[in-house]
Design a protein around this ligand. Sequence first.
Ligand code: NAD
Length: 437
Amino acid sequence: MMTTTNALVRGRTRDLRANRSVPHEENPFDAMAARLDRAAVQLDLDPGIYRILRQPERQLTVAIPVRMDSGEIEVFTGHRVVHNTARGPGKGGIRFDTRVSLDEVSALAAWMTWKCAVVDVPFGGAKGGVSCDPFSMSPGELERLTRRYTSAIIDGLGPDSDVPAPDVNTNERVMAWVMDTYSMHVGHSVPAVVTGKPVALGGSLGRREATGRGCMIATREALAHRGMALKGATVAVQGFGNVGAVAAAQLSGAGARVVAIGDVSGAVYNARGINLEDAAEWVRAHGTLDGYAEGTSLTNDELLTLDVDVLVPAALENVITTRNAARVRAKIICEGANGPTTAEADEILDANGVFVIPDILANAGGVTVSYFEWVQNRAGYAWTEQLVNERLEETMVRSFRDVLDLSRNRQVSMRTAGYMLAMRRVAAVHELRGVYA
Ligand code: NAD
């Protein structure tokens, strides 16, 4: 008798719970897989396709020797995971952080597959990371680390195979080093091998702001769906980096009142609204919000449970868990970060009527404009910022409505609907392509 997807899902869930050393709830790959399983059952997905989607295509772990400024050699561990390339080249950022693990990178790679499919750009999913503390490293050490990591994973990279981008603690500068290292290896300039590059090197206008702008668009659509006004809506944002600071500025620019912001050093609350330019200036000068005194100090947990209309978790994974989900008072959560909510917390938020715009939709503005950057590089023709922003707007609004329609038709959460839409698109391509060999 053929195995059903339901039976497979039950078996996989048992294995996961038995085999993991980290708490099940906070294991990012388990969190991704739990959502995938929910959507697979809803879709009654073909068991063979389910088996394909459950596994990354390629997981590479590399040792990265770096001569430090002291003259000593340190060896770092890096990963690059390609989850799925059925719809196009692998696409996904590179993260430098002490918490990087193969499980985390694998989960992030899979999220990229779903995200690219939700916004319907022709990419698959990938992710990379190096376990290191970039804040304790000099620019020279970071450059040597980036170049050696790039050369260690270079066989899989390329505009048609795997295209990195910035992620936590990496930026345009790092992408320029990746692009240069790859170009040196192949003997000519290949701008399309990475996105999120400096504009002078072929980066796209609007890319730096794209993820935060996309969060604003998704939040605007969610507020309208809930019959709430954007003007005057109160917002709390966790994470004041590329995503959080831009999302806060965009929401404020659209009329919302950002009453709280936070980062790794803590959070600050001001009922009249935070002066975001002032706060950004402080972070530029001091590195973090630590010491920024234009409001009341809060802990990150207090920020996440504030009585606001919109909460934007835009820092790291696993910040909304069974420990605090019941205390979340926001009406709408826009997941700027990847994986900020655990699968267990989803159920609590759903039961409490919180409208969650899932990460694979909420923060997809970044990969959308990365796709535009790749298209511009391959055509050798740069778009105006206005054109980039118009096309981003069109993509985010269409994708939001696609997910919302499915969620209403099937009576499932926005997250499950997002996964269903994405998996259906990826599964359709697998069915058309068949299994080689
Ligand atoms: P970033 O490094 O620019 O900023 C991260 C922010 O989070 C910083 O303000 C940092 O202080 C804060 N932070 C770190 N640890 C924290 C903690 N323990 N508690 C509270 N705050 C903490 O990174 P980013 O590019 O803004 O990425 C943030 C999230 O968004 C990540 O989950 C990333 O995967 C996701 N994301 C980024 C992009 C992009 O285009 N950069 C696109 C999609 C998703």
